[in-house]
Ligand binder design. Structure first.
Ligand SMILES: *[C@@H]1O[C@H](CO)[C@@H](O)[C@H](O)[C@H]1NC(C)=O
Ligand SMILES: *[C@@H]1O[C@H](CO)[C@@H](O)[C@H](O)[C@H]1NC(C)=O
Ligand SMILES: *[C@@H]1O[C@H](CO)[C@@H](O)[C@H](O)[C@H]1NC(C)=O
Ligand SMILES: *[C@@H]1O[C@H](CO)[C@@H](O)[C@H](O)[C@H]1NC(C)=O
Ligand SMILES: *[C@@H]1O[C@H](CO)[C@@H](O)[C@H](O)[C@H]1NC(C)=O
Ligand SMILES: *[C@@H]1O[C@H](CO)[C@@H](O)[C@H](O)[C@H]1NC(C)=O
Ligand SMILES: *[C@@H]1O[C@H](CO)[C@@H](O)[C@H](O)[C@H]1NC(C)=O
Ligand SMILES: *[C@@H]1O[C@H](CO)[C@@H](O)[C@H](O)[C@H]1NC(C)=O
Ligand SMILES: *[C@@H]1O[C@H](CO)[C@@H](O)[C@H](O)[C@H]1NC(C)=O
Ligand SMILES: *[C@@H]1O[C@H](CO)[C@@H](O)[C@H](O)[C@H]1NC(C)=O
Ligand SMILES: *[C@@H]1O[C@H](CO)[C@@H](O)[C@H](O)[C@H]1NC(C)=O
Ligand SMILES: *[C@@H]1O[C@H](CO)[C@@H](O)[C@H](O)[C@H]1NC(C)=O
Length: 677
């Protein structure tokens, strides 16, 4: 029950008087959160025609890389035959939860991404999550990151803020100033969960293990209740030494003991804490400076089995740290153009994750879910041209599915600020939020695809067909090409869906792959349904489509997909054989049966959308040319309130009760004239 909040009146009364079916918006005044400062180029200059180097915030960089040339003829099979069984095949994964693909949101940017406070939520965020909820029923999100370690919960902050960086205390050598936040942040998470079924992981500050600050656990449990699912204990402890957070001899044993100290502190605090939080702990959340085995060898899992809700690691397959920290001589420069191939290779993904195979097998034996707790294309902000291009979307699908096939139990893709390239979704800079919308990145599309691949049943078992000796016959036993991936998904014990990825870019069609699926049982019903994730090249930024729907380019999305969903029906040769084309490049999700398993056309839950800034702007700015608005929104003719269907499952009734004030409307009009002038 959400009844703990008694001391704080809500300032929503006038807003609640607005007609509740529309007039819904969040307006945003947050301090710029850019970690890497970047000079922003006026948008008029960018439109002037001559290509000028992009100097703005990395999250909105439109300069791209070159798609690699296609592989030579003969080295890339375009006719593939798979032999598949209706019953789960050898080496198939454990049953995966629908919420496998989730997000990790850097704590310092929650007031950009989630909302200003518990009453002003970011509507595009809610829409983006509602799209996923429709497909999966639930989304798991971690709020934390490096900034959680020194965060302190305080009663209140100036100007009603819910979070602030204490620059006066910026002694942290990574340049991350300590955060202070108020319980309002936790109420905001709770209110979000009232609208969309999001479950939250939080982190206990771990900078001072002799004097734990447990308030986030106390208040987190009190405010979030069952919506709190995990408490991280230490973020990347294997990097503490190099960040000067621990003495030079700090190692896995020390982490083991500190973990134990935290449990003792939680037991001592049980009056305030209640018993549940100490059963939600997760660790060790290492990158790869220690091996996971070094941590297991301390006895970690058995010693803390009653407290460990999850085991966790964090991993980015590459880094852009030389660019992010140019003054750090220890960093190696990775050329983005050369690095691109790594993200278009199933072998590279499998290889990078192989070091966890032993650990996931230990986790399965011990009955502990094993999480990839923070991941994305590349650490230190990602690579522009990869992390924010179609290559990133295909990589995200492959990385997510590979993790599922390896018996990970979840993967949380990181969301940073406007200084990073890899965001699944990015709000506009706060001073432009009245006329710009959100930018939806490639990883969000990965989430949609993996979400639908998993479905809602919590029974999906995944097999990497590339690695399955039993599955591949092309035409005799041959592994699939490195730039091609295939996964089988069994649901309730039957083959339900197959996911393919073609990483090659070739508009000529010469590298499109025809996959023939041979089934051991006559389960095909005349046709299969296929949804494609597509863009013309792997280098394209924005305008990707998933089953024909898109979120446009930078600043174009209110979080709702635009366009009509386009599901291809492919006629099969027989009840045991079907051939599907996978264009270069694309991912394709093949639904074997419209009725068995999950229906391609009828997703898990009814679509819930939240009326948006666009609608409110439209209603509040009658003097502004509607064309300008519809362009900035990336859609035309779809602004009607009637297109929303608020009758969701748990989201029924009037949603986010936030409105536009006249003052804000005035700012809006001014801002729009500024842009069109
Ligand atoms: C928003 O702020 C950025 C950085 O402070 C600045 O470069 C940009 O011009 C501002 N945009 C507007 C529309 O004022
Ligand atoms: C924008 O992306 C291009 C191509 O990837 C890169 O060379 C450039 O440094 C990026 N600029 C910024 C400000 O991120
Ligand atoms: C995942 O776990 C299942 C059940 O223990 C096992 O059969 C399978 O081989 C494992 N898969 C991998 C890739 O380790
Ligand atoms: C929430 O944030 C909005 C926008 O910043 C502000 O107008 C409002 O006063 C805040 N509400 C509370 C309860 O602090
Ligand atoms: C947030 O939660 C409080 C307490 O339940 C509620 O009064 C308020 O209306 C909620 N705000 C929103 C925006 O839903
Ligand atoms: C831990 O972080 C808090 C909050 O930033 C700070 O007050 C404290 O001094 C830090 N403790 C250590 C041991 O670094
Ligand atoms: C890796 O761990 C060792 C030993 O704990 C430490 O000396 C080194 O600084 C760490 N490297 C990084 C990059 O954190
Ligand atoms: C797997 O990890 C366990 C525990 O650390 C270790 O004893 C074992 O040698 C490892 N096995 C392999 C194949 O790495
Ligand atoms: C899937 O698991 C979640 C808990 O992780 C649960 O809330 C949900 O009801 C389950 N769905 C089904 C269809 O059993
Ligand atoms: C199952 O996995 C094991 C270990 O990775 C492998 O040796 C074996 O070939 C796999 N079996 C099949 C049928 O793919
Ligand atoms: C793939 O199949 C389609 C239709 O089934 C056919 O038109 C096309 O030629 C095939 N492509 C290749 C490379 O064989
Ligand atoms: C995306 O689509 C919009 C609208 O069709 C178009 O204006 C824009 O140029 C496209 N961007 C790219 C990168 O194709």
């Amino acid at each position: 029950m959400f009844s703990t909040r008694t001391n704080k009146p809500f300032l929503l009364i006038p807003l609640l008087l607005l007609p509740s079916a529309h007039a819904i918006v969040s307006i945003y005044q947050t301090p710029q959160q850019s970690i890497l400062s970047a000079e922003r180029v006026a948008s008029s200059a960018a439109a002037a025609g001559t290509p000028i180097p992009y100097k703005g915030l990395p999250a909105y960089n439109t300069t791209g890389l070159q798609a690699p040339p296609p592989p030579e003829a003969g080295s890339f099979p375009t006719q593939v035959t798979l032999q598949l069984a209706d019953a789960p095949m050898l080496n198939v994964s454990i049953p995966q939860k629908s919420s496998f693909f989730g997000f990790s949101i850097e704590m310092s940017v929650v007031n950009q991404v989630l909302g200003s406070n518990a009453s002003v939520l970011q509507v595009p965020f809610l829409n983006l999550m509602a799209n996923l909820q429709q497909r999966t029923g639930r989304i798991d999100i971690r709020v934390g990151g490096n900034t959680q370690e020194t965060a302190t919960l305080v009663d209140s902050l100036d100007d009603g803020r819910i979070i602030e960086k204490d620059h006066a205390l910026a002694t942290n050598p990574t340049g991350t100033p300590p955060l202070r936040f108020t319980p309002e942040l936790l109420y905001m998470l709770r209110n979000i969960s009232e609208h969309v079924n999001i479950r939250w992981h939080l982190g206990v500050p771990f900078n001072d293990t002799s004097n734990f600050r447990l308030q986030i656990a106390e208040q987190g449990q009190a405010i979030l209740g069952d919506y709190l699912i995990g408490l991280q204990v230490g973020n990347e402890p294997d990097l503490y030494v190099s960040h000067n957070h621990r003495p030079p001899d700090y190692g896995p044993e020390d982490y083991f003991h500190e973990f134990g100290s935290l449990i003792q502190a939680m037991i001592a605090d049980e009056d305030k804490l209640t018993p549940r939080p100490k059963t939600l702990l997760l660790g060790p959340s290492i990158q790869f400076n220690w091996t996971a085995e070094e941590v297991w060898n301390t006895g970690f899992i058995d010693a803390y089995t009653d407290n460990l809700a999850f085991l966790s690691v964090e991993r980015y397959p590459n880094d852009n740290c030389a660019v992010a920290f140019p003054n750090d001589p220890g960093q190696t420069f990775h050329d983005p153009q050369k690095s691109l191939n790594q993200y278009l290779s199933h072998g590279a993904t499998s290889g990078a994750l192989q070091l966890y195979a032993n650990s996931t097998s230990i986790a399965v034996q011990k009955g502990k879910p094993f999480l990839m707790f923070e991941t994305n294309t590349a650490s230190c902000g990602g690579f522009s041209g990869i992390s924010d291009a179609f290559a990133g979307a295909l990589w995200g699908v492959d990385w997510g599915m590979k993790l599922a096939s390896m018996n990970f139990s979840g993967a949380l893709f990181h969301v940073g600020g406007q200084s990073v390239s890899y965001n699944p979704f990015t709000p506009p800079p706060s001073n432009e939020s009245t006329f710009h919308q959100w930018s939806v990145g490639p990883i969000y599309y990965s989430a949609l695809v993996v979400g639908e691949a998993m479905g809602t049943s919590n029974t999906s078992q995944v097999l990497d067909l590339q690695n399955s000796a039993a599955a591949v016959f092309a035409p005799s036993f041959t592994p699939l090409a490195d730039q091609f991936a295939a996964y089988g998904i069994w649901e309730n014990g039957h083959l339900a869906r197959i996911l393919y990825i073609n990483f090659v870019t070739d508009a000529s069609g010469a590298h499109d792959v025809n996959v023939t699926m041979n089934l051991d049982q006559p389960i095909l019903q005349g046709s299969v349904q296929v949804k494609y994730l597509q863009a013309p090249t792997v280098a394209q930024k924005g305008n990707y489509t998933w089953a024909g729907q898109t979120f446009g380019g930078n600043f174009q999305s209110d979080g709702r997909p635009v366009g009509t969903e386009n599901i291809q029906s492919i006629t099969c040769t027989s009840p045991t054989q079907c051939t599907v084309k996978i264009p270069a490049p694309a991912a394709a999700l093949v639904f074997l049966s419209p009725t068995g398993g999950q229906d391609a056309t009828q997703k898990g839950a009814p679509q819930t959308t939240f009326a948006t800034t666009a609608i409110t702007k439209f209603r509040n700015t009658a003097t502004v040319d509607p064309l300008v608005l519809s362009t900035s929104n990336g859609r035309s003719g779809a602004l009607g309130v009637g297109s929303t269907s608020p009758e969701g499952t748990k989201n029924s009734g009037p949603v986010v009760r936030v409105g536009f004030t006249m003052v804000i409307g005035g700012v809006l009009i001014g801002a729009i004239f500024l842009i069109i002038a």
